[in-house]
Design a protein. Structure first.
Length: 100
């Protein structure tokens, strides 16, 4: 038989049956928000690497040079690092990095 143990999460107390759905809902919302922010960062940073269409600077109808896979991977990693930095600054303010 499943034993219900008392839980306390973010100041809410109860059993897994009573607070489980609330926690699941909050985690799902946090996941949606994180996905939204990550997609926006990717669009602004890495998205530029995927475009091979024309540029107003290059002139109408002149295709841009496609970025190499390596350049795309660097841009994607940069976007991910920006997302992680934003998450750390938001949820762990005041956390200082230690120099190794």
């Amino acid at each position: 038989p499943h034993q219900l143990l008392p839980l306390s999460v973010v100041g809410i107390s109860g059993t897994s049956t009573t607070i489980g759905p609330m926690i699941a809902s909050k985690l799902q919302y946090a996941s949606y928000q994180a996905t939204f922010v990550l997609r926006r960062i990717f669009a602004s940073v890495a998205g530029k690497c995927y475009h091979t269409t024309t540029s107003s600077d290059a002139g109408e109808g002149v295709p841009l040079k496609r970025k190499s896979d390596f350049e795309i991977e660097i841009a994607e990693a940069t976007a991910l690092l920006q997302f992680l930095q934003l998450a750390r600054d938001t949820y762990l303010p005041g956390l200082e990095e230690e120099d190794s």
